[in-house]
Structures are given as structure tokens and as C-alpha cells.
Design a protein around this ligand. Structure first.
Ligand SMILES: Cc1ncc(COP(=O)(O)O)c(C=O)c1O
Length: 394
């Protein structure tokens, strides 16, 4: 059996990590892998997370199974964080999942159970795992225009025109904020128009919210998600705690299914638990309990928000610095969009050859589509990157 398996293509980002490690240059810069790093290049455990783990260690008396949907206190704390008061709690079904990826996978499986013929619509530029999970599950997909490489902004007219072609019951995947890989997000007026388009076609949004708090703030980053959930009869939301709590390896996520009414919610909740049961039975609990502890204790919550704000401000300041360095060197506004983008990523709009030249001539590692992880920079490396970019495009 095993010898009949087909060789799989290597994950491009992991291959890049291998190349970076093997590069002997001291001044090499890794802007590939999608984890947050501070100015010293570390991905630290956040203070409030450490404190919550300490509390748990002292107070936890059992590690017996939780419930199939995950700890109810976690689901309630996350509902408030993500949805606030956008929809009545009676409409919200939820299940804890292993990371945001687990929630994305579960959302796509739910689509397969409820509407096997429905198409999943993906932004033409999206997180590659969206594409590969849907392909793995054998779901039909289509893409809609998302990014305007000329302006570095959302191709809003293209997006709306394409989404007008969705059918009732199709699933439309949107990034709640900090779009990966482009960094370009709709503004609130554009979210309104997206809601109107979805309302008129009857398509259902599946919002991937992996970076709440990394863009403009916890509430601002959830504004589009809340707006859609409040205006539409049904919304799926796959949220991840990997980035905003810095607990990547704890695998902490949640799927929300906002149903039309309480009766539909009561039908949906056992289905989510059934899906957990078929895939891995009980979801991981440690990260979820850490998140709940942080969110429920005023002092821990304040400290977490303060540290998250520091992370966000750091990335915004690197963005502004890079945009300004490039403006000076090139005497052009071509890269001004970097300061307008939000989150860890920006697509630079450079060619494959230029990405290669950045790597070979300057030891700068970007993903092949020109995606840069801003958090891989620091105040010292920004001018080096600006010079390298100016050199390869010059
Ligand atoms: C767009 C997007 N969605 C979901 C995830 C899922 O993250 P995790 O499964 O680590 O929580 C990521 C992480 O890179 C992401 O970029």
C-alpha cells in the first residue's frame, strides 16, 4: 500500500525555511515563514499567556476529557471576543478546533454535508491551505478577483463583479483582516457592499479570522466579520488564537456557525460536535483554557491587550519605515501601499526573477509570489531591504 503512494510536491514555504537555514551569510533576512518575530527575531511567549499557564498549573485538578464541542467557557469567551454583540448568542453554534486550520477544514466539511453541490469561492490570492484542503475534500471551487497588483489595494470592482456570479448556498471565503498573502483588506464601506452582494445572491460567507488584533485593533479587525454576521442569515467564522495569543503550537481555534435562528442553531451545534468526533474526537484543551483564563481575568486581559498593541504598533512602524525608505531611494510612490497594508504580510508586486535576485544577491528570503513577512524585519534590516529592492528592480 505505502509504496503505491504518490510523491507530494514539497511545501514551498517550508522549502524556503530549509534554504534560509543552509545560507551561510550573516546578514541574510528571513521574510518567508508566517510567524511573528520581535526585533531580536524571537517568537516570545506572551506575558499573560505565561501567567495563565502558571495559574492553570496551580489550579487544574483534572485533565479528563472536556465536551466534544470543547470547553463551553472558551466558546463563550471567544464568541464575545470575535462577535461582541453583533448577533444574538442564541443564533451561534460553535466548536473548539485544533487551530484556525482545524476550523477552516471543519467549515469546508460542513459545506459538504449541508450542500454537496455548492461551490466554494476563494479569493484569487489566498492562503494556499484553503485551496489544498478544498481540493483534498474534493469540493468544487471557483475564484474571485481580489488584489490589484497595480495599486497594491483590493480590486474592489473585480471582487463585486465576480461575487455577483455566486449562486444561492455557495460558500464565499473571505479573510476577516490582515489578508494573507497580500496585506490588502476591504474598508468598512467595502464590507457593506460585500454584505449587500452576498445578501442578494444568497451566498454564505466563511470568514477566516486568523489575525484579529494584528491590523488596527481587536474591534476594528473584527468589524467586517461582525457586519456580515449581523446582516446575513448565515455566516461561518473560522478563528485562530495562534497569532494573537502567540500559541501557535497549542493548536487553538474555533468554528462559529451563525444560524438564521435558534432552531437552526440547535440543528447545527450537534453537527459541529459530530464533525469533531469523526475527525479527532475531543479538541485540544490546553491552549483554549489559557485563552479563557486570559480573557476572563481583568488584569491578564489588560496585559495581553497591551502586549498585542505593542506587537501591532511595531509592525506598523516597520511598514511606515520601509515605505519611506523605498520612496527616498526610488523617488517614487510605487511602494507606498506597504504602509497602508495591515498584518504581517504584504505582497510586494515584484517578479519571480526579482524574488530570486533578492535571495541570491542579497540573502533576502521572500515567498515566490513576492509575499513579505513584515515581522521578519527590524529597524536595522529595513534600510538593507530597501537597498536590496532598489537594486533588483533598478
Ligand atoms: C489566513 C490563515 N488562516 C488560517 C491560519 C491558521 O492558523 P493556525 O491553524 O496555526 O491557527 C493561518 C495561519 O497561517 C492563516 O494565515
Amino acid at each position: 500500500m505505502l509504496s503505491d503512494l504518490k510523491e507530494l510536491p514539497q511545501d514551498k514555504i517550508l522549502a524556503l525555511v530549509g534554504m534560509f537555514r543552509a545560507d551561510p551569510r550573516d546578514d541574510k533576512i528571513d521574510l518567508g515563514l508566517g510567524v511573528y518575530r520581535d526585533a531580536e527575531g524571537r517568537t516570545p511567549v506572551m506575558r499573560a499567556v505565561k501567567a495563565a499557564e502558571r495559574r492553570l498549573w496551580e489550579s487544574q485538578e483534572t485533565k479528563a476529557y472536556t465536551s466534544l464541542g470543547g470547553d463551553p467557557a472558551y466558546r463563550e469567551a471567544m464568541r464575545k471576543l470575535v462577535l461582541a454583540d453583533a448577533v444574538e448568542p442564541e443564533r451561534v453554534a460553535s466548536a473548539a478546533t485544533p487551530g484556525g486550520t482545524g476550523a477552516v477544514r471543519m467549515a469546508f466539511e460542513l459545506l459538504g454535508m449541508a450542500a454537496p453541490e455548492a461551490t466554494a469561492w476563494l479569493p484569487a490570492e489566498t492562503w494556499p491551505n484553503h485551496v489544498s484542503i478544498l481540493r483534498h475534500l474534493g469540493r468544487p471551487t471557483k475564484t474571485f478577483r481580489y488584489f490589484d497588483a497595480e495599486t497594491g489595494l483590493v480590486d474592489f470592482e473585480g471582487l463585486i463583479a465576480d461575487l455577483e456570479g455566486a449562486q444561492r448556498g455557495d460558500l464565499v471565503v473571505l479573510h476577516g483582516c490582515c489578508h494573507n498573502p497580500t496585506g490588502a483588506d476591504p474598508d468598512i464601506g467595502q464590507w457593506e457592499a460585500i454584505a449587500d452582494t452576498l445578501a442578494s445572491t444568497g451566498a454564505i460567507p466563511m470568514i477566516d479570522l486568523a489575525y484579529q488584533g494584528f491590523g488596527d485593533g481587536l474591534d476594528a479587525d473584527a468589524a467586517g466579520t461582525r457586519l456580515l454576521a449581523s446582516k446575513l442569515p448565515e455566516t461561518l467564522i473560522a478563528a485562530s488564537c495562534s497569532k494573537n495569543f502567540g500559541i501557535y503550537r497549542e493548536r487553538t481555534g474555533i468554528l462559529f456557525a451563525v444560524a438564521e435562528d435558534a432552531a437552526a442553531r440547535d440543528l447545527t451545534q450537534p453537527t459541529l460536535e459530530y464533525l469533531n468526533r469523526q475527525n479527532y474526537s475531543f479538541p485540544p484543551d490546553h491552549g483554549a483554557r489559557v485563552v479563557t483564563t486570559v480573557l476572563e481575568h481583568a488584569a491578564l486581559r489588560e496585559d495581553w491587550k497591551a502586549e498585542l498593541e505593542q506587537i501591532r504598533d511595531g509592525m506598523l512602524s516597520l511598514r511606515r519605515q520601509l515605505a519611506s525608505e523605498l520612496r527616498q531611494r526610488l523617488n517614487s510612490d510605487r511602494f507606498d501601499f506597504i504602509a497602508e497594508h495591515r498584518g504581517m504580510f504584504s505582497r510586494l508586486g515584484v517578479t519571480g526573477d526579482e524574488v530570486l535576485a533578492l535571495r541570491e544577491r542579497h540573502g533576502v528570503y521572500l515567498v515566490g509570489d513576492g509575499r513579505m513577512n513584515v515581522a521578519g524585519l527590524n529597524a536595522h534590516t529595513v534600510p538593507l531591504l530597501a537597498s536590496a529592492i532598489a537594486d533588483v528592480i533598478g
